[in-house]
Write a protein that binds this ligand. Structure first.
Ligand code: ZN
Length: 642
């Protein structure tokens, strides 16, 4: 048993046994330090990580270059491709094997999954070569969605290995997770090519099975993608289009140039033009769309002959350095019947501009939002697919685009720590959509609307009896409901509570420093937590322990109010295990208010009650007057004189 599990186990025992057995001695559990692992401690010794939330001086990531030539045959939904991979070992250790993902094997008979999926047969690979040679027998092994290639000779530090292969698969029908095709007209090509797994400084190869629920962990790479489709099918891809003149019409090219200058939405392809077969240049043999992308963790492709196309651009503040703004093109592609998408380009523009100012400048040349295929939305570098209708399009498009920061820019491990991208993204989605809705209103109204939204409460995750804290692997939650509520809603609410405790200035500075330090890198939860400790100059480990590692609840309460001739004695209590500083506000008969705050240290010392003294003529006592904490029972927060 390693140290982590001992810590976790003793934490459980402590929480469940001690308070009931010796209620007088210790009234509540005192949060343990955050758990650590041997691998983490070793990384600190090696100087790749620090305890400060910034990468160590010896931090490295491995790097890959992909050259992909592929083709889609819409009639059969077959994708066939050839990939040439150049993988550079920047770690200090020689590598004896290279591990790749073949994620379409999720759809292969016999793969391990946590939901029902269509069986397509998965991926067929052939002509595998390593450094130009066919690998020996038993050197290549495929298990489920993971392919391992043992190298004849170890890959030394600072050297590269070349791997190439042909592959093909059938794009699954509607209903598949995060990719698929709709009636052979709308295709979302994703998790579609052999991708090298992450080899990182803490855990080495991290190549878990793709079982459909938990998401991904990907390394940064450069891509050259040449993708062939029949004429009439518009192909949008992660990266920059290299040959617009060979694939787009003159009108489209002219309008794209206009969108580059216009902050309004420009129609690149209208419904009438789509019907008149003017979506692409003409070529009976098909068209090859050439894209190049730099420093991205994946590539996804949209292919359709039913989309119309809008575009505009976003001004990216400080993209090229302080005071030097850049520009990102914004594209929206959708079927004419999806009316809610008519504003998608505007939503995309707003999100890129808002997040660039608030957190970190957007790093890539475009952002493309496509419509259809899936129920909710899904994010890919520079690309999103959303099936949303009506008013949900604003929320979903915004959410998926905020993923360009988490995890596209800050490359956390989504599989093991879903909250680290979904929770952060959900938090900023609330902020960004509420800014969009209220940006033209007065500051006063803005803050009123914000508070009303806060007051709606977060009852759902508190009513869940299943024991599952936020800090849990994405494939190991008791159910999809718990997974979503913990990773999205609870994390977002817990971040909101943290913001109210440490204040906007420190909170957003911590976020900006976290993103700046970990852009194009792989932070672990410890790096995130340590950033907040460093920026605030406080040890907030208790907060992260209580709210991320435990499933504890908070219930601040007024126990009694005793009005007297000399003073009013107010007894307050903290009834559950989780703790927060407590703000107690009394209101006197003459309308004056007085507030006393009980510091967190008081509760962390194990106490559950405190007596406060106020003046006479108190007419009301209220705990947490601004509604900032995640208190599960607000009824006991208020006392009024009879
Ligand atoms: Zn998301």
């Amino acid at each position: 048993m390693n140290r982590t599990s001992i810590l976790l186990l003793s934490g459980l025992l402590f929480a469940s046994v001690l308070p009931s057995q010796s209620p007088n001695r210790i009234a509540r559990p005192i949060p343990y330090p955050l758990p650590t692992t041997k691998a983490w401690e070793k990384a600190i010794q090696n100087g790749t990580r620090t305890t400060k939330g910034i990468p160590g001086p010896n931090y490295w990531t491995n790097y890959t270059q992909y050259k992909i030539d592929a083709e889609l045959e819409p009639g059969t939904a077959k994708v066939r491709g050839h990939v040439e991979i150049s993988y550079e070992n920047r770690s200090p250790k020689p590598l004896r094997r290279i591990v790749l993902h073949l994620r379409q094997n999720l759809h292969k008979e016999g793969s391990v999954r946590n939901r029902f999926v269509e069986i397509t047969g998965g991926v067929e690979t052939s002509n595998i070569q390593v450094n130009g040679k066919k690998p020996g027998k038993r050197m290549v092994q495929v298990r489920g969605t993971v392919m391992t290639i043992r190298l004849a000779e170890s890959l030394k530090p600072q050297s590269k290995v070349r791997i190439s292969m042909d592959w093909n698969y059938r794009v699954p029908n509607l209903g598949a997770p995060r990719n698929g095709q709709d009636d052979h007209h709308v295709f979302w090509i994703a998790y579609w090519y052999p991708q090298v797994a992450v080899y990182d400084d803490v855990n080495g190869w991290v190549a878990e099975q793709y079982m459909s629920n938990a998401e991904f962990y990907m390394d940064y790479a450069d891509y050259e993608v040449n993708f062939k489709a029949p004429q009439g099918f518009i192909v949008r891809c992660t990266g920059e289009l290299q040959n617009p003149k060979e694939v787009l019409t003159k009108t489209e090219i002219k309008r794209l140039a206009k969108a580059r200058k216009s902050h309004e939405t420009v129609h690149i392809l209208t419904e009438a033009e789509l019907k008149a077969h003017k979506a692409t240049r003409k070529s009976k043999k098909g068209l090859t769309w050439r894209y190049k992308a730099k420093r991205v963790r994946d590539v996804a492709i949209s292919v359709s002959d039913q989309y119309i196309w809008d575009a505009t651009h976003a001004v990216v503040k400080d993209q090229k350095g302080k005071g030097r703004d850049g520009l990102a093109m914004i594209h929206a592609l959708y079927r004419p019947r999806a009316k809610a998408f008519q504003r998608a380009a505007e939503y995309g523009q707003h999100t890129i501009e808002y997040m660039s100012q608030k957190v970190y400048p957007y790093q890539w040349p475009h952002m493309t939002a496509c419509e259809g295929i899936i129920g909710g939305g899904m994010e890919f570098p520079m690309m999103t697919i959303c099936g949303g209708r009506g008013s949900s399009v604003l929320g979903v498009v915004t959410h998926e685009i905020i993923h360009m920061w988490f995890p596209m820019l800050v490359g956390s491990n989504e599989k093991a720590y879903a909250w680290q991208d979904e929770g952060l993204t959900s938090f900023f989605t609330n902020l960004t959509t509420s800014h969009f809705r209220t940006r033209n209103r007065s500051k006063d109204l803005q803050s009123k609307l914000r508070n009303r939204r806060r007051r709606r409460g977060h009852g759902r995750f508190f009513s869940m009896e299943e024991f599952a804290p936020i800090m849990r692997h994405g494939d190991r939650f008791p159910g999809r409901g718990t997974y979503s509520i913990m990773s999205y809603m609870k994390t977002s609410a817990v971040l909101g509570q943290l913001r109210s405790m440490i204040g906007d200035e420190a909170f957003f500075r911590a976020f900006r420093e976290y993103v700046a330090a970990w852009a194009f890198k792989h932070p672990l939860p410890m790096d995130f937590f340590a950033t907040f400790n460093r920026v605030t100059g406080k040890n907030l480990d208790w907060y992260f322990r209580e709210w991320f590692f435990e499933n504890w609840k908070l219930d601040q309460a007024i126990l009694s109010v005793k009005p007297g001739n000399q003073e009013t004695v107010v007894q307050v209590g903290d009834l559950q295990y989780a703790s927060m500083p407590m703000e107690v506000q009394v209101q006197y008969k003459d309308g004056k208010k007085e507030t006393k705050t009980i510091d967190i240290e008081y509760w962390l010392s194990g106490r559950k009650e405190k007596t406060l003294h106020f003046g006479t003529d108190v007419v009301q006592v209220l705990i947490d007057p601004q509604n900032l904490t995640l208190d599960i029972n607000r009824k006991n927060n208020l006392w009024k004189a009879q």
